[in-house]
Design a protein around this ligand. Structure first.
Ligand SMILES: [Mn+2]
Length: 300
């Protein structure tokens, strides 16, 4: 039996390596960096693993819609080897800027620090027209963590202080962990924080509708999915799991609810294959990515 080359079977058989980025509905870029974690590593292996398992999944959504019309281009990984974190992030900004200009980029981390250059780039392009959906157990609003200003716990703090992205346009969904310094930062500030407990009380649809209404006037919305938004039962393979989270079904319900928002790009971060069991976490990430494509890109 003749084996298909790997690059054409990944992404549910949708990847077309002959496309130019501007011809693609989405360009996939792996960011295999896990040097800014506060606890356990392994997220650098996520892009390769998620790509790999994507090869056997049919090009359809869970609602039974075909994705075969989508033009997907996976340009591989942007390697951090030999670079300082600062230099690597400059490289990410450069690449992200090219991609945001011509397509819908799908970034695969990596730890959540890689979202710092991604959001900086998006905020530079869209300014205060940008809204952000942040699925996460954590706020990532630390001033520093373990002495690292570019830690995966500092993502939004760095973006907020550098650019003109207002705190009120970031929606923090699924939060169930607070650092003391984050609570101090939030004193006297209005942040859109939807805690896991509050979402459970309200129900997913009611909470999602509040987020959707809050973002409906934004001209561009970026979605960052830290896989630890999910309960460790649904995503055991992650560096800083936090019990009391959500099912994969809940996450897909949320994303479905946002399908009318002008999504301009996404990332999925913090999947750590060495900490995973039977690829549960990588499969969840893969599903989130292709369901998001089905919901948002099919209309383009
Ligand atoms: Mn997190």
């Amino acid at each position: 039996m003749k084996e298909e080359p790997m690059e054409t079977v990944i992404w549910n058989g949708l990847n077309n390596p002959d496309l130019k980025p501007q011809e693609a509905d989405t360009v996939v870029l792996g960011l295999p960096f896990d040097g800014a974690t506060s606890f356990r590593r392994g997220a650098a292996e996520a892009p390769g693993r998620i790509r790999n398992i994507s090869s056997h999944i049919p090009p359809t959504t869970e609602a039974g819609h075909s994705l075969e019309h989508l033009h997907v281009l996976d340009i591989g990984d942007l390697s951090p080897v030999g670079l300082s974190q600062t230099d690597y992030f400059k490289l990410i900004e450069q690449k992200a800027s090219e991609l945001f200009e011509v397509t819908f980029p799908t970034f695969i981390g990596g730890d959540h620090s890689v979202t710092i250059p991604l959001l900086n780039t998006a905020a530079t392009i869209w300014g205060d027209n940008l809204g952000v959906i942040h699925f996460d157990a954590h706020l990532d609003l630390c001033a520093e963590l373990d002495g690292n200003l570019l830690s995966h716990g500092c993502t939004h703090r760095r973006v907020l202080e550098k650019n003109n992205l207002p705190l009120g346009q970031v929606y923090f969904i699924g939060i169930r962990s607070f650092e003391i310094q984050e609570m101090q930062f939030l004193e006297g500030r209005n942040a859109n924080i939807f805690t896991a407990a509050e979402i459970c009380r309200q129900g997913i649809s009611a909470a999602a509708e509040k987020v959707r209404r809050g973002l409906e006037n934004c001209k561009a919305v970026y979605m960052t999915v830290d896989i630890d938004f999910l309960d460790p039962a649904y995503a055991p393979g992650t560096g800083t799991p936090k019990p009391g989270g959500f099912s994969t079904r809940d996450l897909l319900l949320f994303i479905n609810h946002f399908s009318t928002l002008p999504l301009i790009g996404m990332d999925v971060v913090e999947v750590s294959p060495p900490l995973d069991h039977n690829d549960i976490t990588s499969f969840a990430a893969q599903r989130v990515i292709t369901e998001t494509w089905g919901l948002f890109l099919s209309r383009r």
